[in-house]
Design a protein around this ligand. Structure first.
Ligand code: PEP
Ligand code: MG
Length: 548
């Protein structure tokens, strides 16, 4: 029975017949254009039809994130600049289908050369092209098949329009050949709670109707399974979902060892997420949102009001506020940081305060003022800390502002290697695995092509987390984790075994992590952690835990 492997992006098990997404229509041979005005009208009508269809799907969608993506896609085809470019192509003698294809190909090249996030969006442009070509040639738009039974959807990649049209009573899981952890397929599958695996080569050779089993937590696709496996997998997934629906409570291992489960938020608005009130607090309050789209820094009063709103809602609970983490993947226009040859390695995060401490001091003052008289347990931490000296200076500034709990994020390998020395000057550490992976593996966190290096199961990353956990245990100080790795239910017991004392994640991921922790004792967590660290690569580390 062939076993295919891809990148796991949304946990859960599913089994059933696999069916491939209806392929887009081929581009017909070019037609001579005899009436450019009529051809132009035909192209405009095709673009309009595609936009209208996307808007209809967006309005029919109950998933806000998905609906917003569809609107963004419709905006691309409604853009007058695009229409002008298509008109120029028609005037140059191309028929409607070829004119639209040529313009979107130019957009695609631009997205691809930008790399990172935009490069992962090229599937959206290809989808727009295929839809427009289908309208121009009078065939149905490409989309999800309807075999009449629940099925596993295979595709090269999914466009937002495909995922929005998914009937969740029919589609059991999604497996794609392309895409990355930040592609729409991944984002939407997670938001729909659908098991998903991306970048899984080999699915092209699987015939429609073949029975397959998908493990979205480890990225495995077994091809040619039998009916018993299908039934057992269905029962397994049902049990997992029931565990997730169990009432919330504090995070604990099976033997009652507490592991605080906290939420990551970016603004007071995120507090409205139904998962946040059941979290034990906020483990990462990203404050950049307050500064985005600004030409001048927010005033002290505005900052105080924003932080106070969060502290009010989180009364009686912990809130870990991260000071401004500007630069690299979080550029802030008003800072005018200037062009840096390599922004991820440049003056970002806490480093900006070495140039000019006034903005950090204002932020710390605002946090302290907002916390005064509130019932929230306010902790403050700095991003992008490399040395003990930086940490010590940050703690001094926090104390001067009247903040009692000051810590730093561990996002740079140097900090992890010296975690014990850092804990000599700070009250706590919080491991940011998104950046720690990026800097440990010299792999841009936004580059889907490097997803395998950014896998949180990389044993070298686990070693660094283990170094922090051991230092925390020796110092008797908390070591939390707030990167995306914290949201992986299979990894959670391993992280606890490595000495992590709290896990912070998007609120949606909390139930699965809570359920996973409750199945293991601390001693088991330590055994699993040792097994994962002893593995040679992420797949072997996962296998060691699945079989452990
Ligand atoms: C991290 O780097 O893991 C982290 C939590 O911070 P951010 O993703 O905001 O950089
Ligand atoms: Mg970070």
């Amino acid at each position: 029975m062939p076993e295919l492997t891809g990148v796991p992006v949304s946990p859960g098990w599913a089994a059933g017949p696999a069916y491939r997404l209806t392929e887009p229509p081929p581009l017909p041979a070019p037609r001579p254009v005899t009436d450019p005005e009529a051809e132009l009208a035909r192209a405009a009508a095709a673009l309009r039809a595609v936009a209208d269809d996307l808007m209809r799907r967006s309005e029919a969608s109950s998933d806000r994130a998905a609906a917003e993506i569809l609107v963004a896609q419709a905006m691309i085809v409604r853009d007058p600049v695009l229409e002008d470019s298509v008109a120029a192509e028609v005037k140059a003698g191309r028929d409607a289908a070829h004119a639209i294809t040529a313009v979107l190909a130019a957009y695609r090249a631009g997205f691809e050369s930008s790399g990172g996030y935009l490069a992962e969006r090229v599937a959206d442009l290809d989808d727009l092209r295929d839809r427009a070509v289908a309208v121009c040639t009078g065939v149905a738009m490409p989309g999800v098949p309807a075999p009449g039974v629940p099925f596993v959807l295979f595709a090269r990649d999914l466009a937002p329009a495909d995922t929005v049209g998914l009937d969740l009573t029919r589609v059991l899981a999604v497996v794609t050949e392309e895409g990355g952890p930040t592609s729409h397929t991944a984002i939407l599958a997670r938001s729909l709670g659908l098991p998903a695996v991306v970048r899984c080569p080999g699915i092209r050779d699987v015939a429609d109707g073949t029975l397959v089993r998908v493990d979205g937590a480890v990225g495995a696709v077994s091809v040619g399974v039998d009916e018993q496996t299908v039934a057992a997998t269905g029962a397994q997934e049902q049990a997992r979902r029931s565990a997730l629906a169990a009432p919330a409570g504090p995070g604990r291992t099976a033997d009652g060892h507490p592991v605080a489960l906290l939420a990551n938020i970016g603004s007071a608005r995120d507090l409205a997420d139904p998962g946040v009130p059941v979290a034990e607090g906020v483990g990462l309050f990203r404050t950049e949102l307050l500064y985005l789209d600004r030409t001048v820094a927010p005033s002290l009063e505005e900052q105080i009001a924003t932080y106070a709103e969060v502290f009010r809602v989180a009364a009686g609970r912990r809130v870990v506020v991260r000071t401004l983490d500007a630069g690299a993947d979080k550029p802030l226009p008003f800072l005018a940081q200037g062009r840096e040859p390599n922004p991820a390695l440049g003056v970002r995060g806490l480093r900006l305060s070495h140039r000019d401490p006034s903005m950090l001091d204002a932020q710390l003052t605002a946090i302290a003022k907002a916390a005064a008289g509130m019932d929230a347990d306010v902790w403050v931490m700095a991003p992008m800390v490399a040395t003990v000296d930086e940490a010590s200076r940050f703690v001094d500034r926090c104390r001067a502002a009247g903040l009692a709990r000051a810590g730093v994020m561990v996002e740079i390998p140097a900090a992890a290697l010296r975690a014990d020395a850092l804990l000599g000057v700070v009250d706590f550490l919080s491991i940011g695995t998104n950046d720690l992976s990026q800097y440990t593996f010299a792999a841009d966190r936004e580059c889907g092509e490097l997803a395998a290096l950014l896998d949180p199961w990389q044993p070298a990353l686990l070693d660094l987390i283990g170094a922090c956990g051991a230092a925390g245990a020796a110092a008797g100080k908390p070591v939390g984790l707030c990167g995306e790795a914290g949201a992986d239910p299979l990894l959670a017991p391993v992280l606890v075994g490595l000495g992590v004392t709290s896990l912070s994640m998007s609120a949606r991921a909390l139930p699965a992590v809570r359920a996973a922790l409750a199945t293991r004792t601390v001693a088991e967590c330590r055994t699993l952690a040792a097994a994962a660290r002893a593995a040679g690569d992420p797949a072997a580390a996962r296998a060691a835990v699945v079989n452990g």
